[in-house]
Design a protein around this ligand. Sequence first.
Ligand SMILES: Cc1cc2nc3c(=O)[nH]c(=O)nc-3n(C[C@H](O)[C@H](O)[C@H](O)COP(=O)(O)OP(=O)(O)OC[C@H]3O[C@@H](n4cnc5c(N)ncnc54)[C@H](O)[C@@H]3O)c2cc1C
Length: 594
Amino acid sequence: MNVKEKTIVKGGEFLLTSTEPIDVFTPEDYTEEQNMFRSSIKDFLNKEVEPIKEKFDSKEGTTIAPELLEKMGELGFHGIGVPEKYGGLNCDMKTELAYGEIASDSFAFSQAIGVHTGLGVYPILLYGNEAQKEKYLNDIVTAKTKCSYCLTEPGAGSDANSGKTKAIHSEDKQHFILNGQKMWITNSGFADVFFVFCKIEDDKNLSCLIVHKEWGVKLGAEENKLGIHGSSTRQVFFENVKVPVENLLGERNKGFKIAMNALNAGRIKIAVANTGIGKRAFGLGVQYANQREQFGKSIAEFGAIKHKISVMASRLYALESSWNRAGHQIDEFYDQLIANGMDPLEAKIKSVAEYSMECAITKVYGSETESFIVDEALQIHGGMGFSAESEISVHYRNVRGNRIYEGTNEINRILIPTMLLRKAMKGELPFMEAAMSGFQELQSGALKGAETGVDKYDLPLNFLKNIKKATILVNGLAAQKFQHEIKDEQEVLMSMADMLSILYIYESALLRSIKHKDSNTSSLRADMIEVLMHETAEILLSSTKEVIYACSEENQALPNLKAIQRMYQLPPTNLKEKRRSIANYFINENKYQI
Ligand SMILES: Cc1cc2nc3c(=O)[nH]c(=O)nc-3n(C[C@H](O)[C@H](O)[C@H](O)COP(=O)(O)OP(=O)(O)OC[C@H]3O[C@@H](n4cnc5c(N)ncnc54)[C@H](O)[C@@H]3O)c2cc1C
């Protein structure tokens, strides 16, 4: 089947259609080339970062990062997603992500890599004209030129379009004169080039300028942060900085689009980084549990500790399933656009934008799962976890920012259902039609719990069908009740986002387990799905309650909730035993490895 004929599940469509396990991409499917990228970056980090990891927990790391970026550049790592023409390796999204997971396991240095190769490369790659690409990209790929991305200002954070940084034309119209202030700018201490979002003259919308440090950019001191001390974060000041007019990136007034499209890709990359750090923190927790003895035995033998290990592992499994799947969806859509004759760079922008909902879902689930894992791994360390000397305490401080940048998790949660409803309004997704048929089933009293079957995956698959129906129904009830005013009902939007997110995450883990049901870890995978299925039911139940109580007439609230919650009901099973068996597997491995 060629790419033109293949039916592709488009952005947000996972809610309305079913996907065959064979069609999802999973970590088990990595090619030799992808595994080679992963081991070569691992070797590099083992040699260059691990021996000096403590330095990345202090501001000293900010002075080491530039040289290390250059060393990585010499080996070609920064050009993984960049076309060969500009010195890159032109790999697809899933290869970039597979590589990124390993690259992220590098303490605060990971911030320098992430911003340089993500928010640094993407604006110019996607929106630069040919002259700009030729001028900058080769040197960005080798890290001879280091980049930072300047969107946030003291008065403009989540409301990024409200920034005050302003550029006006010089008298001879050959330059912009740039004035303003940016803050929280990663890599700013050593960046040579700044992508600066600003308003030109009296424009209402942002534009983006490529600004060189030597043109008079001034920097504040390194911020004193909670964590990632080795990552350079400063305020950046522009006082009458002269920027040649040809350094406008993309179109005037279209900077917000550049900022957002760079962030869409950035969001899924956060989920990838969450997995890299999550696996490391998990390993630290399990290793400590194996080695620490209390009451005459290893603490890994205690049920309370096994419980933690099993939940951490199951969520990690679900997390890595989700972004590998989404990365492949982006690649498939890209291939289809190319087959239909689209320009490759336009196809790159469109394919990531198509899956912006999935990117936001993985970012929110990833950063919260990572926080959970690091917190639990620290708890397993007991008092030693609270020691500033312990590595786990470094991760505990370092990961907190992931829920704040690339769009706070609140902003991303608002975006998730909003994007769904926008697609529905544009007629791109038959969501309201599906919701209407759900309303009828609700009224007819036909909704019932998932049934078991002969195969071990019959129940998880029937549960999946049920929760899709329930999520459509509950989201549909909210959309019908609040219509355009739903933007003012953020509490409801948060719950809608949680339902849509956990559905995508659970489905990704389930499809992966079924795809590999003949592997030698098949019973582990099935156990993790049971744990995730019950956890998913709990999340859906509490979110449904929030939405239904906010949407239904008083006398309808309870009957509606009772009818819908039947769909989340699962037959009792000994979850404790399943969790113990999951934990025993990983305790034996002494790390996260499947
Ligand atoms: C370590 C670090 C590195 C960073 N690196 C960069 C960088 O390289 N470049 C860059 O441009 N920026 C960077 N940032 C900035 C980051 O993107 C912003 O901090 C983030 O967008 C949030 O903006 P804010 O801090 O102004 O918070 P605010 O926008 O003031 O938000 C405060 C709180 O209000 C909530 N909130 C805000 N608006 C809404 C709303 N409409 N509805 C509901 N809740 C809302 C938020 O979710 C949050 O909980 C970095 C930040 C950190 C901490």
